[in-house]
Ligand binder design. Structure first.
Ligand SMILES: *[C@@H]1O[C@H](CO)[C@@H](O)[C@H](O)[C@H]1NC(C)=O
Ligand SMILES: *[C@@H]1O[C@H](CO)[C@@H](O)[C@H](O)[C@H]1NC(C)=O
Ligand SMILES: *[C@@H]1O[C@H](CO)[C@@H](O)[C@H](O)[C@H]1NC(C)=O
Ligand SMILES: *[C@@H]1O[C@H](CO)[C@@H](O)[C@H](O)[C@H]1NC(C)=O
Ligand SMILES: *[C@@H]1O[C@H](CO)[C@@H](O)[C@H](O)[C@H]1NC(C)=O
Length: 356
């Protein structure tokens, strides 16, 4: 199970495209890409969030990743040539204005070991007829493939145990009209974070202070997806030195650290620092709570849908500012983990709990 989590070493594989389908009956023509990767069987993010004070889910709240001033972002040491090359590429991509698209789309990437148990629920979400997802080899050409469609402006990674919490239009607007990627990112100094996982082999590029943690379930704007494609330097560092069975019995899981640390280093203001996929760690076990059919009630789903504070986020000293429009927004668009047996109940409740 642990080795399975090293899927991140195939980071770019996860964007394997299995098929794309048009959505014919929408006001806005939207294509949906269903990207399926078979890289591993167990994709359970088995880490425990440290409990902390609550943080409002607005887009202008810093948390978890520390507070950085402009000076601190200027490296204190001389960069290696590779780092300089990498920064030039990243900076150029970030400076490039997003592509103008008349038909902006969101690519939904399902990372699943096989079938998609909630296919019927997702079908309701997309309101399209979608056939059986054909599995294709998971290799890096897939991100390239998804990126090749210039209309794909945002990429969402979901697991097979994820379900939607809002209707499609809500999710579309939430992601499309936000200028950040929702990448979970925080400091965990404990044994399941820096202390137990960081390795000095990552030096000089990745310093201990820069090491970050977060859930693997992200959404990413196009520029960030391009940067992931362009990155080889940090990708190799994590592939080699953030894996199970490192020195002194350290077990590092790149899926919880590579993107989190990388984006923290290269574009901290461009990520929201939290994941829009809800998960319940309140049982404080190795795995998050998995919901069974008897747990599924309108109230439970409504709670997830409307939650606008994340009680599990470690609080940092950053001053909180209210969002520009003065409104709080729900934190979560998707939720996990659900047993397949919950499908029928979720379908019967879907239109009720997704009402905004
Ligand atoms: C995320 O955290 C970083 C600090 O690491 C901060 O600079 C950035 O502003 C935060 N992002 C948002 C959208 O608040
Ligand atoms: C996103 O938009 C907000 C508000 O307009 C702005 O303050 C922030 O700098 C923008 N962030 C990025 C990464 O463009
Ligand atoms: C929903 O949230 C309310 C208020 O926080 C809480 O009292 C209640 O127990 C929650 N219900 C479920 C089913 O989680
Ligand atoms: C943050 O809050 C403290 C205490 O309220 C205040 O002194 C400081 O000026 C604030 N910093 C910023 C950047 O707003
Ligand atoms: C959903 O809402 C409709 C209309 O309010 C109601 O008739 C129906 O019983 C609700 N379904 C469930 C499963 O609660």
């Amino acid at each position: 199970m642990k080795t399975a989590r090293a899927w991140q070493s195939h980071l770019r594989d996860l964007l394997t495209m299995a098929g794309s389908r048009q959505r014919p009956h929408l006001k806005r023509p939207v294509w949906i890409m269903v990207l399926v990767s078979m890289v591993c069987l167990f994709l359970i993010a088995a880490y425990v969030h440290p409990l902390g004070s609550s943080t409002t889910c607005n887009f202008f709240t810093s948390r978890g990743c520390g507070i950085y001033t402009a000076e601190e972002l200027v490296p204190s040491r001389e960069l290696t040539d590779d780092e300089i090359y990498s920064r030039v590429v990243v900076r150029e991509i970030l400076k490039t204005p997003p592509l103008e698209s008349k038909n902006p789309k969101i690519a939904f990437l399902f990372l699943t070991p096989g079938s998609l148990p909630f296919e019927r629920l997702w079908h309701k979400f997309f309101q399209v007829v979608w056939g059986k997802i054909s599995m294709v080899d998971a290799e890096r050409r897939l991100l390239a493939h998804a990126l090749r469609d210039p209309d794909n402006q945002h990429f969402v990674l979901l697991s097979d145990s994820c379900v939607p919490l809002h209707n499609f239009d809500y999710v579309y607007n939430y992601l499309m009209f936000t200028n950040v990627s929702f990448i979970d990112c925080f400091i965990d100094l404990g044994p399941h974070g820096t202390a137990g996982r960081y390795s000095e082999y990552m030096l000089p590029e990745v310093e201990r202070d820069e090491f970050r943690k977060g859930s693997q379930w992200f959404t990413m704007k196009r520029q960030h997806a391009l940067i992931v494609m362009a990155d080889n330097l940090y990708y190799m560092k994590f592939k080699l030195y953030c894996r199970p069975g490192m020195e002194r019995g350290k077990n590092c899981y790149a899926d919880e650290h590579y993107l989190q640390t990388f984006f923290h280093m290269i574009d901290p203001g461009g990520i929201a620092n939290w994941s829009v996929t809800y998960v319940d760690w309140s049982e404080r076990k190795w795995h998050p709570r998995s919901f069974r059919v008897e747990d599924i009630t309108y109230e439970l789903l409504r709670n997830m849908t409307t939650m606008d504070q994340n009680i599990h986020l470690p609080k940092v000293g950053a001053n909180q500012t209210m969002p520009v429009d003065g409104q709080r927004r729900p934190c979560y668009l998707f939720a996990r983990k659900f047993y397949p047996e919950t499908l029928d109940k979720l379908i019967s409740l879907f239109s009720n709990y997704t009402v905004v």
